[in-house]
Design a protein around this ligand. Sequence first.
Ligand code: CMC
Length: 464
Amino acid sequence: MAKATLTITDNRTGRSYEVPISYGTYAEYGATIRAEDLRQIKASEDDFGLMSYDPAGGNTAACRSAITFVDGDRGILRYRGYPIEELAEQSTYLEVAYLLLRGELPDHGQLDAWTREITLHTMVHESIKKFLDGFRYDAHPMGVMVGTVGALSTFYPEAKNIEDPACRATQIVRLIAKMPTLAAMAYRHQRGMPYVYPDNELSFTGNFLNLLWRTAEPRYEPDPILERALEVLFILHADHEQNCSANTMRCIGSSHPDPYSALSGAAAALYGPLHGGANEAVLRMLDRIESKDRVAAFVEGVKAGKERLMGFGHRVYKEYDPRARVIKTTADQVFCVTGVNPLLEIALELERVALNDEYFIERKLYPNVDFYSGIIYQAMGFPVDMFPVLFAIPRTAGWLAQWEELLLDSEQRINRPRQIYDGCDARDYVPLSERGVRSALEIRARGGECASPESSSSPGRAYG
Ligand code: CMC
C-alpha cells in the first residue's frame, strides 16, 4: 500500500518536507494533513513558518467528531451512523437527542428514564416571566430566546462546573427540556397571552403544542399527525456537524463558560438568514413573489445578482439535501390536516424552474432543509418569526453533543485562529495637533505613509 504521507517542496528554498496524512472513518472522505505540520516550512531561520489560509473554514477540519456524518456530494446525512431517513421514519426526537448525546440508541429502560428526566425539567423559574416583561410587545421571538436562554446561566450558577460530568448531564437535560417552554413563552408574550404550564402526560412535541396553543380548555389534545410531523421536523434539525452555530457553540465553549451562555451564542449564530433564519426568509420571499406566474421573473432577478434564492444552496450539499426530501413527504401529511398552504404552488414552481436552469445546475444549488420547512410551519399555524425558534429547539441536542465532545477532546484548546496581517507596517505616532485634515483612509488609498506588506521589510506577523 502507498505511504500515507505528503511531500511538499518549497520552491523558495528547494527544501522538501514529508508530512503524514491521516483519515477518519472513511479513507475517501476527509484525508487531512495537520496545519501545524506546515509551520516547519520556513523561507529563512526567523520566518514564522507557513500557515494555511482558509477564510470561512471551507476546507479545514476543526475537530474530530463521531456525532454526525454529512457527504454533501452524495446527499448523505447520518447521526452516529444511522441514516437520517430511517431515524425520521421510526424514531422520536428524544430518542435521537439521546443518540446524539450518548452515542447509542436507548433501550426501553434508558428511554423511559431519559424521557422522565426531560419531562421533570420542563418548567422554568417564575422570574423568567418578569424577565420577559422587559421585552417589547413585538420583540422577535428569536431575540427573546437568545436573551432568555443566556439568562438561564444566572439561575444555575453551578453550571460553570463544566469539568464535572454529573453537572454537565444536569444542564444538558435542563436545556433540552426548557427550550420549548422558553420558545412558547416568547410566542405568547408577543400575543399578550397568559403563559401555560407544561403537561407531563404529553410527549415532547405534544407538550410544546400545548404550551403554544392551549387556551381555556382543561386539557390540550394535540393532533397526532401534527405532533408526529413536528417530531420528524425536530429529528431532521437535531444536528448538522460543523455548521455556523455548532462551530459557535464549540468556539464559545472552548473558553469554558457555562453551557447556557455558549448556547445563547449558538442560537444567535443560527438566527442569521444565511443559516437557521433562512426558513423565515423563504416565507417572506414566497409572499413577495405572490403568484406562480411571477416565478420566472424572480429567478431572472436572482441570476442577475439582485438577491439570493433563499432555501437554496449549501456549503456542503452539492446534491439534494436529504432533509428537504423527507420534509416534502411530511408536508403532504400535514396538508391533509391543515389544508394545502397556497405558497406551496409557488415553491414547487420555483424548485422546478431553478433545477432546470443552467445558473443553478452549474453551481450545484438545490433546495435545502429550509426551503419547505417554513411552508409546513405556516400551515400548522406558526407565525413566520417563530420559524428560527423552531430550528433552535431541536438543534439544542446537537449543540450540546458538540459541546460535550469538545470538552472531552484532549486535542482541543481555546479556539484561536491565526490571521494574515494585511495592515500598516510599524509607524510613529502622530500627535493630534499635527494630524491635519488627511484621514488615515486617504493616506492608505494613496499608498502613502502606510506601507503595503510587500514593501515592508518585516513580514506580517500573526502573534497575539
Ligand atoms: N441563490 C443564488 N445564488 C446562490 C445561492 C442562492 N441561494 N447560494 C449560492 N449562490 C451562488 C453564489 O452567488 C455563488 O455564485 P458565484 O460563484 O457566481 O459567485 C455560488 O453560488 C457559490 O455560493 P457561495 O456563497 O460561495 O456558497 P456558500 O457555500 O458560501 O454559501 C449558503 C452557502 C447556504 C450561505 C448559500 O447557498 C446561501 O446564501 N443560500 C441561501 C440561504 C439559505 O438557504 N441558507 C440555509 C442553509 S441550510 C440550513 C442551515 O443548516 O443553515
